[in-house]
Design a protein around this ligand. Structure first.
Ligand code: FES
Length: 175
């Protein structure tokens, strides 16, 4: 693939001839990192393997489970199917970028309080999606949370606690 629409991310710039320039910089969690990646490389692999940001998980690798969700310019995206070349000029936020000055993000704290994980493999993707939800709709009801999060899969069956955690974070943000 050289150029094209992505279901979950911005389109990658077209190739120039047969030569594609390497991606050498990536803006993640407020820091500009030097990287060395083919533009078609999965953003998830660059985050995990080059930047050691391993909070984003590889689940299905096909954009179907949500374990790899990050924010790109504030929008939840599946990093497993996003070529790094499509994200090179964007602001990327991963789970590691949510805490500030050693304090957990309210959603991280709410997930802990509600025990909204079992194996926790899906947790970072869940939280990143929930960050986008509460930004778009700060006071969702339970049905709206379920609908927004339905693309994020939890195989342990903790969805009720995940919904409770998102609602808790919403309530606490309103205080
Ligand atoms: Fe990316 Fe499943 S690993 S959506």
């Amino acid at each position: 693939m050289c150029a094209g629409e992505l279901r979950s991310g911005p389109s990658i710039p077209p190739c120039q001839g047969d030569v594609m320039a390497k991606v050498t910089k990536l803006h993640v969690n407020g820091t500009t990192y030097s990287i060395d990646a083919d533009p078609q490389t999965s953003l998830l692999f660059v985050l995990r393997d080059q930047l050691d940001l391993t909070g984003s998980k590889y689940g299905c690798g096909e954009g179907q489970c949500g374990a790899c969700t990050v924010l790109i310019d504030g929008n939840p995206r599946r990093s497993c199917i996003t070529p790094v070349g499509a994200a090179a000029t964007r602001q990327i936020t991963t789970i590691e970028g949510l805490e500030t000055n050693g304090r957990l993000h309210p959603l991280q704290a709410a997930f802990l309080t509600e025990g909204a994980m079992q194996c926790a493999y899906c947790t970072s993707g869940m939280i990143m999606t929930a960050v986008a939800l509460l930004k778009a709709n700060p006071h969702p009801n339970a049905e709206q949370v379920s609908q927004y999060m339905e693309g994020n899969i939890c195989r342990c069956g903790t969805q009720p606690r995940i919904v409770a955690a998102v609602l808790r974070a919403s309530r606490e943000a309103a205080r």
